[in-house]
Design a protein around this ligand. Sequence first.
Ligand code: ADP
Ligand code: MG
Length: 323
Amino acid sequence: MKEFDLIKRYFTEQAVKRKDVILGIGDDCALLQPAERQHIAVTTDTLVAGVHFPESTEPRAIGHKAVAVNLSDLSAMGAEPTWLSLALTLPEIDEQWVAEFCCGVFELCEYYNVQLIGGDTTQGPLSITITAQGLTPVDKYITRSGANAGDWLYVTGDLGDAALALQHLQGKVNVAEQYKEQIFDKLDYPKPRVLVGQVLRDYATSAIDISDGLISDLGHICQASNVGANIVLDDLPISDIMNETLGKTAAIDVALKGGDDYELLFTVSEDNKVGMETALINTGVAITCIGQLNGSEKITTTMDNKPVSINSQGFEHFSKVDT
Ligand code: ADP
Ligand code: MG
């Protein structure tokens, strides 16, 4: 099968046909007609085999994740996802692989009414680059830089499960058989918090999606907003599987530093706290308040109301470490 046949067979036919796509796949460019008074949010993410996903990952999961990580970035801005472009580099044309990969891509596209509008297909080591675009009403978008001292810090879902699955694959921990499916679902099929992001337009002062780990991504908000933060470790949303597999201390460490969660981390003023919590009930996504911002320009952590320090080995009670 040639490149053109592959594109026609697997990418051109799709269920989603948006009215704002004047021309989709098939010409030299796609033509789009965005609604008036909307900003277009644009993001790109590349997944390289062996770097961003283990070589053993099933193709449907690769397709899902390539789309999900991009929709997650759009969600963090409060944007509604609309269009995708897909640059696919394949070692060889393996139709079975492409068919399953497309399942992963189009499942998410159909769920969120996102249309694949073009791309490129080349030969080389397996790599997937997706550019996703979305819309936000003019002046109703969320950035990393709008947070203020005193704002409350929230996170969606649970933290660390994806990192736990990766540690299991790397032979560093052993996840019990009965938990594997649930944990690997988090690593392979992350759920972008698309609706939460759109609701947060009206409430959040800042947001980011957690791809590199809570501490690291909170650091981006703090830096962009010129604030510090304290995280209450007792309040971190950690699954029973994490606690049971790793023990409480190591579970907190993974929740703070593990990547690949694709949960949203966001901040909200005291005045908007109740409104935000009420508005998010309809999304069905659990949220947890995990701390508060301050004027210190540092990230600190407390447990049992006492300061604790986090270092590369985990965290210790403050008094025991050099500061
Ligand atoms: P060109 O040579 O002008 O870049 P191509 O032959 O690469 O065009 O692609 C033909 C059409 O198929 C274009 O509309 C392009 O956007 C689309 N396309 C190519 N590869 C993909 C892909 N992996 N996914 C979606 N659309 C694709
Ligand atoms: Mg081309």
